[in-house]
Design a protein around this ligand. Structure first.
Ligand code: TXA
Ligand code: MG
Length: 318
């Protein structure tokens, strides 16, 4: 039996399997098996009010399960799916409250990874899959990251190499007449707007957790176990932390006053896509290194820079 068949069988039996996607690795289970889905929450230590994204390999298959994309969503799907976008649409009876956390909407996505697309085609159910990390920690972008934190809790990690996008999907809600981005991610807002020919709404912030629109967008998230500070100029900021061992995350510039091994330059050539790809592994490495504090540069607020700044901000909440 090959690796994919073995993974498919485990999923059919209600087990969890870690799957590669272009964004981050997911912790997958049969979305129609309540017990299997419950096990995702337990394994991640994820709060039950935070719903899951379900994954399959085509828009047509979602329609077979009674989940339909409205016109604007279809327009985006025909251009960007499979790809780093998740659609929040009205749910179907077949999807349990365990997946939607009782909401009357469901989040769906077609991930762009050859192994996982093949796996999804073998299954007659969609896969519920959050990122394969303990709740609130940084998402995994390689099989080794998953193994490090959840290896003893899951039977199978499908190794599909390093994630090519490296940051979670952009979540767009189609519940209002104008689409609204709920989470910035691997597909840039500019690309969504130019495809639709309209401006979309942006995430709503609410201090009242019962009213959070993307329920998972808690303030603290993606967080290493170290203090992280965002600044415009690391060279200046560092003067405030004399005597401490400093780690840094910068866009493209090398910094003279920080030890090389503690310094993470996300894209020497200045590409925001490349920077997004390297962000989470840099956060993980800094978490494991002997640094007292992490200084991160604020990225340009455009393209994937918006998602990078969003993750850094959440990582900075302690
Ligand atoms: O790239 C990704 O999206 C990855 C890969 C594995 O596909 N998945 C991922 O899942 O990031 P997770 O569970 O870490 O984040 C899913 C987010 C959460 O913030 C959750 O609150 C939101 O999606 N979500 C799920 N269902 C929703 C719904 N019906 N309405 C609004 N937000 C929803
Ligand atoms: Mg996550």
């Amino acid at each position: 039996m090959n690796e994919l068949e073995a993974a498919a069988n485990l999923l059919r039996q209600g087990e969890l399997v870690a799957i590669p996607t272009e964004t981050v690795y997911g912790l997958a289970a049969n979305a129609f098996n309540e017990e299997a889905v419950l096990n995702i929450y337990k394994t991640k230590n994820r709060p039950h009010f935070n719903p899951l994204i379900i994954h399959s390999n085509s828009v047509e298959r979602f329609a077979e399960w009674g989940i339909y994309l409205p016109e604007l969503a279809l327009k985006l799907a025909s251009k960007f799916s499979p790809g780093p976008i998740t659609f929040v649409v009205p749910t179907s009876n077949i999807v349990t409250d365990m997946v939607t956390a009782g909401h009357d909407s469901v989040a769906i996505r077609i991930p762009n990874h050859p192994l996982t697309l093949e796996l999804l085609a073998m299954l007659d159910f969609p896969l519920a899959a959050p990122s394969a990390n303990p709740s609130t920690f940084v998402s995994p972008t390689s099989a080794a990251h998953v193994k490090q934190q959840l290896g003893d809790k899951i039977k199978c990690i499908l190794d599909g190499g390093e994630c090519k996008v490296g940051i979670e999907s952009t979540i767009v809600s189609f519940l209002e007449s104008t689409p609204r981005i709920l989470r910035y991610g691997g597909l840039a807002k500019e690309q969504i707007e130019s495809t639709l020919g309209i401006k979309v709404n942006v995430p709503q912030v609410s201090g009242d957790t019962s009213k959070i629109i993307a329920p998972g967008m808690m303030e603290r998230h993606y967080a290493p176990n170290k203090k992280l500070i965002i600044c415009n100029d690391i060279k200046k900021e560092i003067l405030n932390y004399k005597g401490l061992s400093i780690g840094s995350i910068s866009f493209s510039k090398k910094l003279d006053n920080i030890e090389c091994k503690n310094q993470f330059i996300l894209s020497p050539s200045g590409s925001l896509d490349e920077a997004a790809r390297h962000l989470f592994s840099a956060l993980r490495s800094l978490n494991d290194l002997e640094v007292d504090i992490i200084l991160a540069e604020k990225f340009p607020d455009e393209g994937l820079g918006i998602a990078i700044n969003d993750r850094l901000k959440r990582a900075s909440v302690h």
